[in-house]
Design a protein around this ligand. Structure first.
Ligand code: XMP
Length: 325
């Protein structure tokens, strides 16, 4: 009989044989897969040989770094390397408005910092690199139909020379590669990861940068982080979060007029997105209960003073994409 406990034991045996006492490095993105992969390594290896690296790009959701590190520390992480590189990312993005240029700048910098920081760890040549690849990532890219799966993952691994070198050396381990997403979630629960992480919606590699249309600034990141956090917390409080495949807020590059007392005041326009989907390839708009939408809108404009107007995106994919950039 196949059980999650048995899967853990198989991974343990497999790692003991393949990895032995060598160090293992895992790059954590903050998403479900890499966090569960980290927890699984901590459970099945000696925590002393497990190196976890997480980059705080400043483009993360509110408290993301704290939540991820609290979880991994609680699960026994001994070498959790948090790289604070917010300033680097913001200056790389400064002046850029074209979405693809923004993505490229982020991807390039990501790889540059990753190489530098991994070098700084001074691990012996023999170290293994772990990845949170799932079964579906493999079959999709294997069949060649899952180009998107590759695109989605590319930001954190495929294009990275570090990953390529390790792959060529036969030193990649993918302990989740026989699991589907729902099984990864079940495993995460068994390993003791918080429900908030286990049930988390997907989040794009370039983070908030593709949800701030046009130029990204620190101030806009803070505004969006705050509004998005209110939105997501309200979805959870109202029992809607788990019915939705992906929900987030988008900060539009326009200001619109409003009233504050008897003066006209210009505030940013925020769009809320909520979609249902199987795999992100196509998506339907979540039929949001109007009452919840109105209350959430009021809460956001009352709390985040720079936002003057809230809209709800009612476009399916296709023709629209899930993200706005
Ligand atoms: P779209 O916007 O293409 O999004 O309908 C489909 C899914 O992919 C995510 N997404 C990305 N993920 N890097 C990523 O890692 C990206 O550049 C990127 N663009 C979109 C998006 O959040 C959705 O889940």
């Amino acid at each position: 009989e196949w059980t999650m406990e048995r899967y853990i034991e198989e991974v343990r045996a497999n790692l003991a044989q393949r990895v032995g006492r060598n160090p293992v490095l895992l790059l954590i993105s903050g998403g479900v897969d890499s966090t569960v992969a980290g927890a699984l390594l901590l459970k099945t290896l000696d925590p002393d040989q497990v190196h976890l690296m997480y980059m705080d790009t400043g483009l993360m959701r509110k408290k993301e770094t704290e939540i991820v590190s609290a979880n991994l520390n609680r699960l026994g992480a001994k070498h959790l390397h948090i790289i604070h590189c917010e300033k680097d990312f913001l200056s790389a993005l400064s002046g850029l408005t074209d979405p693809e240029e923004k993505r490229r700048a982020i991807g390039d910098l990501f790889i540059r910092i990753q190489e530098r920081e991994v070098g700084r760890l001074g691990l012996p040549e023999t170290y293994f690199l772990a990845q949170g690849t799932l079964y579906t990532d493999l079959i999709e890219s294997g069949k060649g139909v899952g180009k998107k799966a590759h695109v989605i993952k590319s930001h954190h691994n495929v294009r990275s020379p570090l990953v390529e070198a390790k792959r060529n050396a036969g030193r990649i381990i993918e302990p989740l590669d026989r699991l589907y997403k729902d099984e990864v979630r079940a495993l995460g629960r068994i390993l003791g990861i918080d429900e908030d992480i286990v049930m988390r919606h997907p989040f794009p590699g370039p983070g908030l940068a593709v949800r701030i249309l046009g130029e990204v600034t620190r101030e806009k990141c803070d505004i969006l982080r705050e509004a998005d956090d209110i939105y997501i917390r309200e979805l959870k409080r109202r029992g809607l979060y788990d019915q939705i495949w992906q929900a987030f807020a988008v900060l539009l590059p326009i200001r619109s007029v409003g009233v504050a007392g008897d003066v006209r005041k210009y505030g940013w326009v925020l769009a809320l997105r909520a979609i249902v989907s199987e795999d992100g390839m196509t998506a339907d708009v979540y039929p949001f209960p109007m009452k919840d939408l109105l209350e959430i809108s009021t809460l956001i404009t009352n709390t985040v003073k720079d936002i003057g107007r809230v809209t709800y995106d009612i476009s399916s994919k296709p023709p629209a994409t899930i993200e706005w950039e």
